[in-house]
Every structure is written in C-alpha cells, then in structure tokens.
Design a protein around this ligand. Sequence first.
Ligand code: ZN
Length: 134
Amino acid sequence: MSARLIPPASDLTQPYWDAARRQELVIQRCDSCDHWLFPPRAHCPQCGSDRLVWRPVSGRGSVYTFTVAHRPPHPVFAEQCPLTIATVELEEGPRMLTNIAGCEPGQVEVGMTVAVTFEAIDDSDILLPVFTPG
Ligand code: ZN
C-alpha cells in the first residue's frame, strides 16, 4: 500500500482504471490503422479516427529513461523516496510515465526489461500500474 496523488477518472480514462482493478493493463488501439496509443485520447494521433478500442497488452516493456526523486515532489510521497520515476516503452510501442518498484533505484538501467504489477493505493480501491524488473 502506498499514498499517491491519483487523477480522478474521466469518461475517457475509466476503462484504464477498471482494467487495473482487474490487474490487467489495457491501452487504446486504433481500429482504422492498428496504431497503439497512450495516454488515452479521443482520436488517433496517426489517422484522426475515433475508432479507438481498449485492448489488453502484454504488460512487458523496457526502461526508456528514468530519474530518481530523493526529495518528495509532494508531501504525500515522503515515505516512498527515493522513488524511481521512469518512462517505460511497452512492447506494443507506446511509452508510459510510471514508477519502477521492487528494486533499489541504483539497480535501474536504461534498456532493462520490466513487467507491469499493480500497487494498492491507501484509502481507495484503486490499483496503480507500476513496473518491476523482469
Ligand atoms: Zn489510426
């Protein structure tokens, strides 16, 4: 369990959070041009179509870049620092801003393979997708 600042779900993002509660990672895929996209959008950035469908993804990817927050960016993160903040490139292509959990920040390297896991958030039924080495 951890404390977090979680944005309220919107009509656009509700399917993402519903899937996370089932411990499933989903992102949108364009039914017109097969482009995978993240973060969620109303239209495909590739072809402009609104035929975007939420689809499960492998949950596997690699660290594209990362930084380590030693000072909490907000008091709610105080107990989690040092916190590894990373951009993970999913096998399907899109990149997600996320955290790397399950290892020390000094063990994280650009290019290391990671897999999604789901972190419980204090005082809520939200499960937050984060990544661990593997
Ligand atoms: Zn498209």
